[in-house]
Design a protein around this ligand. Structure first.
Ligand SMILES: Nc1ncnc2c1ncn2[C@@H]1O[C@H](COP(=O)(O)OP(=O)(O)OP(=O)(O)O)[C@@H](O)[C@H]1O
Ligand SMILES: [Mg+2]
Length: 273
């Protein structure tokens, strides 16, 4: 089939070449017009041949896919559902393995009282100018940043000093609307997904307006300052003294989030470890 198509295409090209020469040579308008129409038909035939050739390629490809599919059946492979990059609707199903919560972990928490006191002191510091400030708890993976944030979050002193305490696990997708929805949900707002960013923004404003709140953003990776400023714009309605504590592995995140204080988490001592 491929050879026949190739021969036909070659014939057409040759004919078109001699027709072009004839068209240039001829002084008769009638002949030139006839040659023009003939060339048009040849062009259409050429296009048609291209289509047929593509069809032949498709068939060959489908045959290859069929063979691969048959081979797969003989390997007894089990299909697993892939997690979508952004599930519809956005939900905490994303990164289930990294999802965290605000409760103190079951086991005993060892040797972090100094770290905890330092962070609590910054959280209760009333000298800061801005209404809402960010502080960061930064350190290597697995050092205990989330654990420490959980200890801080659950301390009675936080309940006494803030009107609202909110916990959101961010993880690797920093989708502003999704985070805003999680914050709203954590603060007792409607659980469903808001149709528009505007709607969730209004919900947050209503919820945080004039309230001194404490928000933990756990496991943050976003290094895009624009996304940070969009999120922060939604959170500025809190009362003076409101604080955001984020946990992250990245110093860049500390910078772009505009953290006013960085708490660098160190290793536990050998005894504690
Ligand atoms: N001070 C501690 N005492 C006892 N167990 C701890 C302590 N700190 C952390 N762990 C345990 O170590 C593990 C890792 O801690 P955690 O999840 O807090 O680390 P992380 O710094 O948040 O890690 P990642 O960067 O991956 O988020 C958990 O199982 C946690 O319970
Ligand atoms: Mg963590």
């Amino acid at each position: 089939m491929a050879e026949i198509l190739f021969d036909l295409a070659t014939e057409i090209l040759k004919s078109m070449g001699s027709l072009a020469a004839e068209e240039r040579r001829s002084s008769s308008n009638l002949v030139r017009d006839w040659i023009k129409r003939l060339k048009k038909v040849f062009f259409e035939a050429d296009d048609l041949l291209d289509d047929v050739a593509t069809e032949v390629k498709h068939r060959k490809l489908f045959n290859k896919v069929d063979v691969i599919a048959k081979d797969k059946a003989s390997l007894n492979l089990v299909e697993r559902r892939q997690q979508p990059l952004l599930p519809e609707p956005y939900s905490v199903q994303l990164n289930l393995d990294r999802e965290t919560y605000s409760f103190v972990p079951d086991g005993e928490v060892i040797g972090r009282s100094d770290d905890k006191n330092k962070i609590v002191n910054f959280l209760l510091d009333s000298k800061v100018e801005e209404n809402v400030v960010v502080i960061s708890n930064v350190g290597l993976g697995g050092l205990g940043k989330t654990t420490l944030a959980q200890c801080v979050f659950s301390d009675e002193i936080i309940k006494k000093n803030f009107d609202k305490a909110l916990w959101v696990c961010v993880s690797d997708v920093f989708e502003v609307k999704m985070i805003a929805e999680k914050i709203a949900e954590s603060g007792g707002g409607k659980k469903d997904n808001y149709p528009q960013l505007d709607a969730v923004q209004n919900e947050l404003r209503k919820m945080l307006d004039g309230k001194k709140y404490f928000l933990v953003l756990d496991d943050v990776w976003n290094e895009d300052p624009l996304k940070w400023s969009r999120l922060k714009n939604m959170l500025i309605s809190g009362a003076k003294g409101s604080k955001i504590l984020l946990t992250t592995r990245s110093d860049v995140v500390v910078k772009v989030s505009g953290s006013v204080h960085k708490h660098k988490l160190g290793d536990l001592s050998e005894e504690e470890a």
